[in-house]
Write a protein that binds this ligand. Structure first.
Ligand SMILES: CC(C)(COP(=O)(O)OP(=O)(O)OC[C@H]1O[C@@H](n2cnc3c(N)ncnc32)[C@H](O)[C@@H]1OP(=O)(O)O)[C@@H](O)C(=O)NCCC(=O)NCCS
Length: 230
C-alpha cells in the first residue's frame, strides 16, 4: 500500500465552483449574509477584488476577500466554517491577504469590524491592526458602530517582522487531526463561544450566527462609494 501524505489546509484563489461552499459558510457566519450572486459579481466583474479560500482536501473551510486599489488594501469579508474555527485557518487566510496586499503595492491594510466581534478583533490585533477610528452606526442591520482598524506600513520593518514571526508559528502548528466525520478533533472549548451560549463573538442573530465584518456592498462596485451593506 502506498502511504498518502497527510492533508493540510491550503489557501487558494476562490473560483465560481467554490460558491456553494462559500454560501454555506456565509450563512452560518453572518446574520446578514451577502446574497449568492454577490460573490459571483465580485469574482467576475470587480478588477480590484481578490478572493481566497482555505481548503482541507475537498472541504472548503474558510474564505476571505480584499479590495486592492492602488495602494489601498481593504478587507471586505472573512469567515471560517464554524466546525473549523480555532485551528489556525483564519491566520492562514489573513497571512495570505497581507501577502497579496504587499505584492500589489498596498501601503497598509484596513478593515471594519464590530466592537462586539471579539474573536475577529483579537485575530486582527495579533496581526498588527490597531484602532484608528469609528464609523458611527455603520452596520445597517442593527446600527452597531464599526471600528476601523489599520496596520502599520506593510513593507515596514515592524509589520514584516511580526508577520514573519506569526507565519513561522503557523507553519510549526501540528497537522489538524480530522475524525471519521471529516471534522477536526479536539477543538478548544472556546472555539465558538456564541454557538454555545449566544453571547460570544459578534452580534447574535436569531439563528445564533456570528456577525461583524465589512460594510461594502459587493454589488455596488464603486470604490469611491464604500457604504453600508445593509
Ligand atoms: C474571526 C474568525 C475568522 C477567526 O477564524 P479562526 O480560524 O477561528 O481563527 P484562528 O484559529 O486562526 O485564530 C487566530 C487568532 O484569532 C483570535 N481568536 C480566534 N477565535 C477566537 C475566540 N473564539 N476567542 C478569542 N480569540 C479568538 C486569537 O487571537 C487567535 O490566536 P491564538 O490561537 O493565538 O489565541 C472566525 O471566528 C469567524 O469566522 N467568525 C465569524 C465571521 C466573522 O466574524 N468574520 C470577521 C468579520 S470582521
Amino acid at each position: 500500500m502506498v502511504a498518502r501524505p497527510p492533508l493540510m489546509v491550503v489557501v487558494d484563489r476562490m473560483t465560481v465552483d467554490d460558491l456553494p461552499g462559500v454560501e454555506e459558510i456565509e450563512r452560518e457566519s453572518f446574520t446578514t449574509p451577502w446574497p449568492p450572486h454577490a460573490y459571483r459579481t465580485e469574482l467576475e466583474t470587480n478588477k480590484w477584488a481578490h478572493y481566497l479560500v482555505a481548503r482541507y482536501g475537498d472541504q472548503l473551510v474558510g474564505f476571505a476577500g480584499i479590495w486592492l486599489m492602488v495602494d489601498e488594501a481593504h478587507v471586505t469579508t472573512f469567515a471560517v466554517r464554524k466546525t473549523w474555527r480555532r485551528q489556525g485557518v483564519g491566520e492562514r487566510l489573513l497571512i495570505a491577504l497581507l501577502d497579496l496586499s504587499e505584492a500589489h503595492g498596498g501601503r497598509e491594510a484596513t478593515l471594519e469590524v464590530r466592537p462586539s466581534n471579539h474573536s475577529a478583533r483579537r485575530l486582527y490585533e495579533k496581526y498588527g491592526f490597531v484602532l484608528v477610528g469609528v464609523r458611527p452606526h455603520y452596520y445597517s442591520d442593527d446600527n452597531e458602530d464599526a471600528l476601523i482598524m489599520t496596520t502599520d506600513r506593510l513593507a515596514g520593518r515592524q509589520m514584516r517582522d511580526r508577520v514573519a514571526r506569526l507565519r513561522a508559528a503557523v507553519a510549526k502548528r501540528p497537522d489538524i487531526e480530522v475524525g471519521d466525520d471529516g471534522l477536526p478533533i479536539g477543538r478548544p472549548a472556546d472555539a465558538d463561544p456564541q454557538a454555545e451560549d449566544g453571547t460570544g463573538e459578534g452580534a447574535a442573530g436569531e439563528d445564533g450566527a456570528a456577525d461583524g465584518r465589512r460594510a461594502i456592498a459587493p454589488d455596488v462596485l464603486r470604490p469611491s462609494s464604500i457604504r453600508k451593506s445593509r
